[in-house]
Design a protein around this ligand. Structure first.
Ligand code: NAP
Length: 301
């Protein structure tokens, strides 16, 4: 029987590093400043931005939220990003995704100054990560690496599987694991026989967006499982399969629940460590955003 892999102390450790950085910068009369640009009315995006602004407040990082209407012209958004690039009092720029369909996300990401790109999505930062050079890298994979490194100092030779190949989680995760000398496999929607691939892995990182996709039966006994997925479920049959105890009671009362990409209950029967959802990787992501803002500020000194 495995155990719940708490991310709390790793998130606290990342926040302590960020806080120390903020104090050092403030002692040098530099006031780290993150600007979050929010386009439209997506409720989830509003929640994420609120959490980011609150985390800044807690750490003494100045934050500004710029809210633009859903029908903002693509050129107007690009002009806003350019203005923020030029503003020396702004150290980090984050454009909250997803953007409305009429806006080319890649063009917006490319417009951000790479040294202010706290999300680490700019092609320059993607290249720096691939080449093992210093830069700003995506918050979720960076947070997951901090969790792994706090659990074991040397990851050399471990077999790591990343399920999902997105630009924001899967691919950067694979690069970071490779730099830590893991033997890395990346699987995706076209992978044949996921279970066989999974059973080889000492470390499994799942970032897919499919509730409960990875079942305990897929896993190697004693493996470590990081569940990045966040999915809202409303299907009672799925809830009965994935939830138990108080969480199932709450689902029955509300008709909805947040779950990961891993069937947590069955995974715990086989794996040694499994991160929970909610309350797992999300904490790491937000802490790492704070540290990235400090790093961005230092890059601009
Ligand atoms: P994404 O861009 O939609 O990418 C999903 C990836 O999963 C794709 O590479 C896709 O393969 C693969 N995939 C889809 N169905 C699959 C299947 N049945 N078997 C294996 N692979 C499959 O998603 P994302 O942005 O990486 O996010 C993934 C999940 O993580 C979402 O639930 C998201 O909400 C969550 N997330 C959480 C945090 C956090 O802080 N906790 C941060 C970011 C994302 P193809 O490439 O072949 O299409």
């Amino acid at each position: 029987m495995g155990t719940r892999w708490s991310t709390k102390s790793t998130a606290e450790h990342i926040l302590e590093q960020a806080k120390a950085g903020v104090m050092k910068l403030k002692a040098a009369s530099i006031d780290p400043h993150l600007v979050v640009v929010l386009v439209g009315d997506d409720p989830a995006s509003h929640v994420y931005v609120r959490h980011k602004v609150a985390a800044c407040e807690e750490l003494g990082i100045r934050s500004t939220k710029i809210a633009l209407p859903a029908d903002v012209a693509a050129d107007a958004l690009l002009s806003e990003v350019m203005r923020l690039n030029r503003d020396a009092s702004v150290h980090g720029i984050l454009v909250q995704m997803p953007l409305p369909k009429h806006i080319d996300c890649d063009a917006v990401i490319r417009a951000i100054d790479p040294d202010k790109d706290v999300d680490g999505f700019h092609p320059i930062n993607v290249g720096r990560l691939a080449l093992g050079q210093p830069g700003l890298f995506p918050c979720t994979p960076m947070g997951v690496m901090a969790l792994l490194k706090q659990t074991v100092t040397d990851l050399s030779g471990r077999r790591a599987l990343v399920i999902g190949r997105s630009a924001i989680v899967g691919k950067p995760m694979a690069h970071l694991l490779l730099h830590a000398n893991c033997t890395v496999t990346v699987s995706h929607s076209r992978t044949v026989d996921h279970q066989a691939v999974c059973r080889e892995a000492d470390i499994v990182i799942v970032a897919v967006g499919r509730p409960g996709l990875v079942d305990g039966g897929w896993l190697k006994p004693g493996s470590w499982v990081v569940d990045v997925g966040i999915n809202e479920i409303k299907d009672p049959a799925l809830a009965e399969k994935l939830l138990d105890g108080k969480r199932l009671d709450r689902f029955r009362a509300t008709g909805r629940a947040l779950v990961g990409d891993v069937n947590y209950r069955s995974a715990l029967d086989v794996a040694e460590l499994v991160t929970p959802v909610p309350g797992g990787v999300g904490k790491l992501t937000i802490a790492q955003l704070m540290l990235n803002t400090v790093t961005a500020t230092e890059l601009q000194r």
